[in-house]
Design a protein around this ligand. Structure first.
Ligand SMILES: NC(=O)C1=CN([C@@H]2O[C@H](COP(=O)(O)OP(=O)(O)OC[C@H]3O[C@@H](n4cnc5c(N)ncnc54)[C@H](O)[C@@H]3O)[C@@H](O)[C@H]2O)C=CC1
Ligand SMILES: N[C@@H](CC=O)C(=O)O
Ligand code: NA
Length: 442
């Protein structure tokens, strides 16, 4: 019988505890699939825990655990981008394979971390970092490896989707639902990462790199969260046959000169109610990938939570167990490149600036119900070359002001900015124009 595979878990919060539970529950499955005993030898924890097996060494010196001779694979689930980075670099330098759920760290420092891993002939696996339990990294790096990806669109933050779904279905207040998402273990340590779209932007940066073969560029992802979305807009969108979802888009575009660019954006967006992504609710995530020649494929499941995330962590461990079991465990043998494409083959295709992005729009304009105001607004839009798809004028709600809802066809953002500036200067307009993107891609 081969030697057991020895794991260290750094951080015993939601995910770390989920991994211990999974191993206890499914030990037999793991062994029958890998042919090896998989044992946790050490954990890195701030406080001693009396609810874990006495054979596991508990250590508050995480650096020592990461370099221990008693460990083959280091699982980093402490989160954050400073200490977690030091510790992963330390583990790599000590020849350990690493499994991490830390999308913030990889989105911001992945280029450096992956390069160090390659130089040290070890792997950094990160299935849990994107869309929780959905095996999207494996799918994109392996199952779709023969395809050229044109675009992908995904609901990739469980907390945000849970909040949006609950608010729409029950009218519960934002803060109340966020608290529940935290209690369920879905939210980040700092939940502004969830509700301001930062977590989704981290995940989109990772997905885009493996989809298009570009270096990680989190700083170029356009990012809007869900905090400005009101129930009023949710309801108007529903009246018009749309649902508002927080979606990440990575889209390859070619301009009329044949130059390629990539749109990377996360934001709330209206999508048709009968679209698949419109019906992904609660903590579920979904990623829709359009690739050539396969066409569209959709991946769906729990995007957060202890069990789902532990499933992804342990799927990576199982892959590494197989690598460790081969004679040649180096990247030249059985290793799928970290970003799916060979490091020297990553391309410098530019990421488009926000003003160059193309989407449709939902506009909510508040105006005094004067004769001609609607004509003025539609003239400004048509002068800017913007096609209107639908208009809804609601009854006056305060002091003779009417909300006017306009849906437009796709337009370059810079054009829409100019049109909105002109609309806001009209005398009859009382408030800033509310704008939410609308995307038929999803
Ligand atoms: N909760 C979820 O559903 C998912 C979480 N993730 C990622 O997994 C990672 C962990 O997330 P959670 O388990 O939810 O967080 P958590 O906050 O529940 O757990 C983190 C644990 O690490 C410990 N820790 C932090 N710094 C430490 C240090 N210096 N020494 C010892 N212990 C330390 C904390 O005390 C805590 O117990 C994060 O990177 C997160 O983004 C990824 C996918 C899903
Ligand atoms: N906070 C994240 C956890 C999983 O990545 C989320 O809610 O999606
Ligand atoms: Na995943």
């Amino acid at each position: 019988m081969s030697k057991p595979i020895k794991l260290a878990i750094l951080g015993l919060g939601t995910v770390g505890t989920g991994v211990i539970n999974l191993i206890n529950d499914n030990l037999d499955e793991l062994k029958r699939r890998s042919g090896r005993d998989i044992i946790i030898t050490e954990v890195g924890t701030r406080r001693q825990r009396d609810d874990i097996d006495a054979s596991i060494i508990q250590n508050d010196d995480l650096m020592a655990v990461a370099a221990s001779d008693n460990v083959d694979i280091v699982i980093e689930v402490i989160g954050g981008t400073t200490f977690a980075k030091d510790i992963i670099m330390h583990a790599i330098k000590h020849g350990k394979h690493v499994v991490t759920a830390n999308k913030a760290l990889l989105a911001e420092h992945g280029n450096e971390i992956f390069a160090l891993a390659e130089a040290n002939n070890v792997h950094v696996a990160y299935e849990a970092a994107v869309a929780g339990g959905i095996p999207i990294i494996k799918v994109m790096r392996e199952a779709l490896a023969a395809n050229k990806v044109d675009w992908l669109a995904g609901i990739i933050n469980g907390t945000g989707n849970f909040i949006m779904s609950e608010m729409r279905d029950t009218g519960r207040p934002f803060a109340d639902v966020l608290k529940e998402a935290q209690d369920l273990g879905y939210a980040e340590a700092d939940p502004t990462f969830d509700v301001e779209g930062i977590d989704a932007a981290h995940k989109l940066a990772l997905l885009a790199s493996i989809a298009f073969g570009i270096p990680l560029q989190f700083d170029k992802v356009y990012c809007e969260g869900i905090t400005a979305i009101t129930l009023q807009d949710v309801n108007y969108a529903e009246e018009l046959g749309y649902r508002i979802k927080h979606v990440g888009f990575a889209v390859r575009r070619t301009n009329d000169k044949g130059e390629e660019g990539i749109e990377l954006r996360v934001h709330p967006t209206l999508i048709p109610q009968d679209a698949l992504l419109a019906n992904v609710n609660g903590v579920k995530n979904a990623v829709l990938v359009n690739s050539h020649p396969l066409g569209q494929t959709l991946y769906y499941g729990d995007g957060a939570g202890a069990g789902a995330t532990a499933s992804a962590v342990m799927a990576d461990v199982m892959d590494l167990v197989r690598v460790l079991g081969t004679d040649n465990s180096s990247q030249h043998g059985h290793h799928v490149p970290h970003l799916s494409f060979l490091p020297k083959q990553l391309s410098d295709t530019p990421i488009l600036r926000a003003e160059q992005m193309i989407t449709g729009y939902y506009l909510r304009v508040h105006a005094y119900d004067n004769p001609g105001v609607l004509a003025d607004i539609t003239r400004i839009l048509s002068d800017a070359g913007i096609n209107i798809d639908a208009i809804l004028q609601k009854p006056a709600h305060k002091a003779g002001q009417v909300p006017i809802i306009i849906l437009t066809l796709p337009v370059v953002e810079s054009q829409m900015n100019l049109a909105i500036e002109k609309i806001e200067k009209l005398d009859a307009i009382t408030d800033k124009v509310v704008r939410i993107r609308l995307d038929e891609l999803a």
